[in-house]
Design a protein around this ligand. Structure first.
Ligand code: BV8
Length: 242
């Protein structure tokens, strides 16, 4: 499975998208006919909608946060965490997902570049804190006490993703870049593979179907994440034990 990988892979950057959580029961953005829980992602997760329709945005994220309580990590999350904890080299995990399934699978390092359902932010005092399970416009900020400016700590379209400096340092120094369960539609994440290639990494894609950027990968495995991800990482671990 990983014969093309000569021994000596030491630094690995992994990018995951909604496809890695699909088999845990969380809807992806573009599989369900482009509608996401009934909404167009651009109608709900775009800067400005908070001001024009804060209640709708807060409701949308309250329901996704409570949906998360009924979901469990799947074998892909577990395989990634097992690899992180047992690989002798350096692994850096970047996710576009806002769920906490990587953490609940035992991943000790996860960079949520698009934010997290489990945290919220107050636009009055700028404090980031654990998200109250369900909060409305009238909910007072636990930190400053003011109401009306609590928002999900989510990166909306038009906002700058988190951790980009660190991400680019990791991608530039990676020997191997692995992209899992993403359609390659949303930038800057979709541009990471080109960056990795330009810096000499071997690029591997694992996805249910071709993505918008499949042509940029050295090898692409088509299939379900819960089948392909455990197979890939167990073979890589074995290869690096020899
Ligand atoms: C930025 C938070 C500037 C919400 C998300 C006009 C105005 C403003 C910006 C833009 C614009 N036009 C273009 C842009 C840039 C824009 C963008 O890329 N738009 C797209 C639509 C063209 N990007 C931005 O706005 C970003 N910010 O550009 O700031 C900047 C940048 C750099 C430096 C300085 C300034 C911000 C983007 C973040 C938006 N927020 N999420 C939320 O999550 O609630 S994006 C959203 O899409 C999610 O984060 C999601 O993770 C992400 C990507 O989607 P995928 O994860 O790939 O999910 P998708 O459903 O698309 O695909 C799933 C894949 O899995 C499929 O291929 C499927 O086949 C596969 N799959 C499914 N099941 C399985 C599977 N594979 C394996 N096994 C399975 N079982």
């Amino acid at each position: 499975m990983t014969d093309f990988l000569e021994k000596g892979i030491d630094r690995i950057a992994i990018l995951t998208g909604a496809g890695v959580s699909a088999e845990s029961g969380l809807n992806t953005f573009r599989d369900s006919g482009g509608l996401w829980e009934g909404y167009d992602p651009l109608d709900i997760a775009t800067v400005g909608v908070l001001d024009s329709n804060r209640d709708m945005v807060l409701d949308f994220y309250n329901s996704r946060r409570s949906q998360l309580n009924d979901c469990l990590p799947n074998p892909s999350h577990l395989a990634i965490s097992n690899f992180q904890n047992n690989f002798s080299g350096h692994v850096f995990l970047i996710t576009q997902n806002v769920d906490d399934l990587h953490e609940r699978a035992g991943s000790s390092q996860v960079l949520h570049m698009h934010g997290s359902l489990r945290s919220m932010r107050c636009d009055y005092c700028s404090e980031e804190m654990d998200a109250i399970q369900k909060f409305e416009k009238s909910t007072a900020c636990p930190s400053c006490g003011k109401a009306g400016k609590l928002r999900p700590d989510i990166v909306f379209f038009g906002e700058v993703p988190k951790g980009l400096d660190e991400i680019y340092i990791e991608i530039r120094s990676a020997d191997l870049f692995v992209s899992i369960g993403t359609s390659g539609v949303v930038y800057p994440a979709a541009g990471f593979v080109a960056h990795a290639r330009d810096n000499g990494a071997i690029c591997v894609e694992i996805n249910k179907e071709k993505s918008e950027v499949t042509n940029l990968f050295d090898i692409s495995y088509s299939g379900l994440a819960t089948e392909e991800v455990p197979r890939f990482f167990s073979s890589l671990l074995l290869k690096n034990k020899i």
